[in-house]
Design a binder for this molecule. Structure first.
Ligand SMILES: Cc1cc2nc3c(=O)[nH]c(=O)nc-3n(C[C@H](O)[C@H](O)[C@H](O)COP(=O)(O)OP(=O)(O)OC[C@H]3O[C@@H](n4cnc5c(N)ncnc54)[C@H](O)[C@@H]3O)c2cc1C
Ligand SMILES: C=Cc1c2[nH]c(c1C)Cc1[nH]c(c(CCC(=O)O)c1C)Cc1[nH]c(c(C)c1CCC(=O)O)Cc1[nH]c(c(C)c1C=C)C2
Length: 540
């Protein structure tokens, strides 16, 4: 092989973490991207790239964890994936894994999200105009009008609360912006970054000089563009394939899961394609050291069994806090550790309740996807998802098809406690206590009484550092981390996961796909970095 194609070394890659990020990184390093590069270099798979994946726990999937109980699909972590934005890449991966026939799009009624306002569950206004009709006019009219004629925002980053309060009034912001921040980030909207959490809104306003004007003018344009624009980084075959999966329904608000096995179908399928000798399960990477061998960097990994492993490139998808100061991986690079220590998180407890009762089914059927609870309500609950509304096919039949699956989220970022005395620090709570809180909440706000029913199955999962908290200044922090990694490790150390470009499954997948491309480009010294088209005819 000519050295111009393959830089010296660089062909041993370790992937840390067997969640969707790590599994996706492994997939693209060894399939599409990696394989295409090897074919170009006329190398066969075995003696070229050595890629191993290390997973601490006995299972893969990470925060994606689906329990199937008596045919009821119970999502302990994420429950749905959106089509919009990076979802196109997820659908492309689904097609590549031959899972397209397993896709389950959400029921139309799940398009509506609700919120608990003054003790009553009401639909979340899907547009600001609805908000005015909805009776927030007392706090909205002046801020909206003044905002339309306001000069272009000069601020750099700012909190979501200040961004929206200035434009819509504090009342509207606390009523329906704050709950959305709870429902995605489990976050504190007084400290969440508008630039990182709602980048398109932030850019729209800067481009058009006004949030309302910009969103009204750009809405149609955005919808039409979104598929094509995102699809630009997919080759034509992929775009065609994804479009056929969407059956010409370009409704960008759609969300999906998978038949029978929920979201874990995706991570299980990715796992199945990893050769056993390349997958180190129950293997926690405890420390990493770096040395130079004849001018080539070598990473020495020590695992929880005391074994040592050598690699030229490390793609870490473990949560960023593991690289922070005072953590085992933090001793690898103190400057990196100091940066990673600045990343905050939200802790979330997820309580799944399965009911087998006609009254409950009747009570929840009108709640769509579920509802969010603003801090001002002073309740311990962040939101309630009615999964049996969103994916009725996955509810399981039970006695005569009256199964309901309800998921209650509790906790969130500690900053919420400033506004909600009922905020719960879920990390130190017993699961039985969390289940009691969830059942009491559902009974009270769905108007159930104990006589009517009790759940036939419950599950509680406590996620510590569940979701990265994109605080004001988050984007600048990520740029500092990326710059440090590039300057010091020249692409041989990559940090993937959902700490940077978005907290969702799609963002995790997209991040891993772009990291795999960067790693392969570096190994094969491939200069056409941006317009690399993934061939699809080589996918096994
Ligand atoms: C409650 C909740 C609800 C959510 N809802 C949604 C949703 O509806 N839609 C959506 O798109 N997203 C949702 N998300 C976000 C989604 O779960 C994440 O974006 C995604 O799962 C992140 O995957 P990951 O692989 O980056 O990280 P993880 O899933 O955390 O995987 C990291 C893996 O690394 C392993 N690991 C850790 N340390 C080491 C080590 N030192 N050595 C080896 N292995 C290690 C862990 O065991 C784990 O398996 C939700 C998240 C939570 C917590
Ligand atoms: C109430 C708590 C939470 C619920 N889900 C999450 C929390 C903290 C976590 C979460 N939910 C979504 C994502 C992915 C975001 C993305 O960028 O794709 C994460 C990390 C999906 C989501 N959930 C809601 C919205 C508006 C979105 C965005 C994508 C979509 O439209 O699906 C709102 C919402 N979350 C929960 C409920 C009950 C709810 C609305 C009623 C649960």
């Amino acid at each position: 092989m000519s050295s111009s194609i393959l830089t010296q070394g660089g062909k041993r890659v370790a992937v840390l973490g067997g969640g969707v990020s790590g599994l996706t990184a492994y997939h693209y390093l060894t399939k599409r991207v990696g394989l295409a590069a090897q074919l170009r270099a006329k190398q066969n798979e075995d003696d070229m790239l050595k890629i191993d994946l290390f997973e601490s726990s006995p299972r893969t999937g990470g925060r994606i964890e689906t329990e199937v109980w008596e045919k009821s699909v119970i999502e302990r972590g994420p429950r749905s994936i959106r089509v919009a934005g990076h979802g196109i890449h997820t659908l492309d991966l689904v097609a590549e894994l031959r899972l397209e026939n397993q896709i389950l799009f959400a029921c139309k009624k799940a398009k509506t999200r609700y919120m608990l306002i003054d003790g009553k569950v009401q639909p979340l206004p899907s547009s600001f105009l609805n908000a005015v009709r909805f009776g927030f006019s007392n706090g909205l009219v002046y801020p909206i009008l003044s905002e339309i004629f306001r000069s272009r925002s000069k601020e750099e980053d700012e909190s979501i609360q200040s961004f929206f309060s200035r434009r819509l009034g504090e009342n509207a912001a606390s009523m329906f912006v704050e709950p959305v921040c709870l429902g995605i980030h489990g976050g504190d909207y007084t400290r969440l970054s508008i630039k990182s959490c709602f980048p398109s809104l932030y850019e729209l306003e800067r481009e058009s000089g006004s949030l309302i004007l910009g969103s009204l003018l750009a809405k149609k344009k955005q919808e039409a563009e979104s598929l094509e624009k995102t699809a630009l980084s997919l080759d034509h075959d992929s775009v065609r394939r994804v479009k056929s999966m969407l059956n010409k329904d370009n409704d960008s608000t759609r969300i999906f899961s998978f038949k029978d096995g929920g979201l874990q179908m995706l991570t299980d399928k990715l796992t199945k394609s990893i050769p056993e000798r390349k997958l180190y399960m129950n293997t926690h990477i405890q420390s990493i050291e770096r040395s130079d061998k004849n001018g080539t960097p070598v990473y020495r990994l020590v695992d929880s069994h005391g074994n040592e492993h050598e690699y030229d490139t490390v793609v870490s998808t473990v949560p960023l806090h593991q690289w922070a100061s005072k953590k085992p991986l933090g001793s690898f690079d103190s400057e990196l550790a100091a940066l990673c220590s600045k990343m905050e998180y939200s802790n979330i407890a997820v309580v799944n309740l399965v009911y087998d009762s006609t009254p409950v089914r009747a009570r929840v059927s009108g709640l769509g996807f579920g509802y969010l609870v603003a801090s001002r309500e002073g309740l311990p609950v962040l939101g309630v998802a009615v999964d049996s509304n969103t994916f009725p096919e996955s509810a399981g039949m039970g006695n005569g098809g009256a199964r309901s699956i309800i998921t209650v989220m509790i906790g969130g970022n500690s900053g919420i406690s400033q506004r909600n005395p009922q905020w719960q620090d879920v990390i130190n709570m017993k699961k039985s206590t969390l289940i009691d809180i969830a059942i009491k909440h559902v009974e009270q706000y769905l108007g159930l009484n104990e006589a009517q029913t009790r759940p036939i199955h419950t599950a509680a999962t406590i996620y510590h550092n569940a979701i990265p908290h994109y605080s004001v200044g988050h984007q600048a922090l990520c740029k500092q981390i990326e710059q440090h990694l590039q300057d010091k490790y020249k692409g041989t150390l990559q940090l993937g996961g959902n700490h940077m470009i978005g907290v969702g499954v799609n963002d995790s997948i997209y991040n891993s796909k772009s990291i795999a491309q960067k790693v392969i480009n570096r190994i094969f010294n491939n200069n056409n970095k941006d317009n690399v088209h993934y061939r699809t005819d080589i996918v096994k």
